[in-house]
Design a protein around this ligand. Structure first.
Ligand code: GDP
Length: 323
C-alpha cells in the first residue's frame, strides 16, 4: 500500500533530498510550505510535479491541523526551522517561535488529528552546546549555548514528552552538520568547495575564512535523510544521533578541496575576523554506536568523498552555467 508523508521544510536541503528519497520508494509526498517561502522552490523544482505542495505555517496552529486533516499522513518529518545560528542571536524570539513552539503546535495537531502517524523531529547537535563528554551519546546532557540550540532542546523534550504521555510514535534524530551541493553558501563547507571550484576555473582569486581550527562532525545530507526514514520504520520509536562519528577541521576541509583541484590552498586563503565566532561551540562529535547497532545505519560517504563530490558538483554547475 502506498504510504503518505508530509514534510515541513520541503524547500530546504534535507526536505528536498527526503522528498526524492520517498518518491523513489513510491510514497505520496506532501510538502508543507509557507506562503512567504514560495519563491524558494529551487531545490525541489525537478520533483515539483510529483510533490503536492500544501500551505501551512509552524506559527499557525490551525494551518497545521488543516494540513494533517487534508493529507492524512502515515509519516510526518519536521525539517522546518530557522537554522542559521548567528541569526538566532539577532532574532531569538522568532527562532523560538518556529524552532521550539512550532514543534508544540505540530505535536498538538498530530495528537488531535492523526495520532497514529509517525513523527520525525529534526533535533540538532547544537543542543549539546558545551557538553560534558565527547563523543556525545543519546544520554549526554543538553547544554545549549545559543538561542537556536535552546529552541531545539525544547522541541526535543516536547517530542519525547508527547511520546511518553500520549504514546505517539515520535522520534528525535540528533543530526550533526550535514552537507551537500544544496547547502547554502553561508555555511563553511559549501563556501569552501564553491571557492575551490571558482578559483580553479579562474572565476575568483581568494577565499576569506574565519577560524581554521574549528572542527565539525560532517556527513552527507543524503546519509542523514536515510537515517531519518529508517527511524520511522521500526517497531518502537526512539531517539538517535545521526553523525559521521569523526571530526575534521576547517583547515583539513580547505586542504582537501584545494588538493583535489590541484591548487595549494595557502596561496588563496586569508583570515577575515568578520567570520570569527566569539561564542564558538566546542568541537562536537557524535557517537554512532546506537544507530549502527540498532538501525544498521552508517554513512556511505567518507569525509574525502563528501568534499570531492561537492567540488565536482560545483565545477560542473559553474561550467554548465557557461563560465
Ligand atoms: P554551523 O556553525 O555548524 O552551523 O556551520 P558553519 O558552516 O556556519 O560553521 C562551521 C564552522 O566553521 C564554525 O566553527 C565556524 O567558526 C567555522 N568557520 C571558519 N570560517 C568560516 C566562514 O568563513 N564561514 C562560516 N560560516 N564558518 C566558518
Amino acid at each position: 500500500m502506498t504510504k503518505t508523508a508530509l514534510i515541513t521544510g520541503l524547500t530546504g536541503q534535507d526536505g528536498s533530498y527526503l522528498a526524492e528519497f520517498l518518491l523513489a520508494k513510491n510514497y505520496q509526498v506532501y510538502g508543507m510550505v509557507r506562503r512567504s517561502s514560495s519563491g524558494s522552490l529551487e531545490r525541489v523544482r525537478h520533483v515539483a510535479e510529483q510533490v503536492a505542495v500544501i500551505s501551512g505555517d509552524l506559527l499557525d496552529q490551525f494551518s497545521l491541523m488543516d494540513a494533517i486533516e487534508e493529507t492524512q499522513p502515515d509519516e510526518i518529518y519536521n525539517l522546518a526551522s530557522q537554522s542559521y545560528v548567528p541569526l538566532s542571536w539577532t532574532q531569538p524570539a522568532l527562532t523560538a517561535e518556529y524552532t521550539a513552539l512550532g514543534v508544540s503546535r505540530l505535536l498538538e495537531a498530530i495528537r488531535r488529528c492523526k495520532p497514529d502517524s509517525r513523527f520525525y523531529q529534526a533535533s540538532s547537535s547544537e543542543v549539546f552546546g558545551q557538553p560534558d563528554e565527547s563523543p556525545q551519546t543519546e544520554r549526554t546532557a543538553f547544554r545549549p549555548r545559543n538561542p537556536y540550540g535552546v529552541a531545539k532542546a525544547y522541541a526535543h523534550w516536547m517530542t519525547v514528552n508527547y511520546r511518553e504521555k500520549y504514546g505517539l510514535y515520535a522520534c528525535c534524530g540528533i543530526t550533526y552538520t550535514h552537507e551537500s551541493p544544496r547547502r547554502g553558501q553561508e555555511f563553511v563547507f559549501r563556501k569552501v568547495t564553491q571557492a575551490a571550484a571558482k578559483i580553479k576555473l579562474g572565476l575568483a582569486q581568494e577565499l576569506k575564512l574565519g577560524n581554521l581550527e574549528a572542527r565539525r562532525d560532517w556527513c552527507h545530507a543524503q546519509d542523514a535523510i536515510r537515517a531519518m526514514w529508517l527511524m520511522l520504520q521500526q517497531d518502537t520509536p526512539d531517539d538517535y544521533i545521526i553523525a559521521s562519528g569523526e571530526t575534521h577541521s576547517v583547515r583539513e576541509l580547505v586542504q582537501c578541496a584545494f588538493d583535489y583541484v590541484g591548487l595549494s590552498w595557502e596561496d588563496y586563503v586569508s583570515m577575515d575576523p568578520a567570520f570569527y565566532r566569539p561564542d564558538e561551540a566546542v568541537q562536537l562529535v557524535g557517537s554512532i554506536e546506537k544507530i549502527q547497532a540498532q538501525l544498521h545505519w552508517q554513512p556511505n560517504y567518507s569525509f574525502q568523498q563528501l568534499v570531492q563530490s561537492m567540488v565536482d558538483h560545483d565545477l560542473k554547475a559553474l561550467s554548465q552555467a557557461g563560465y
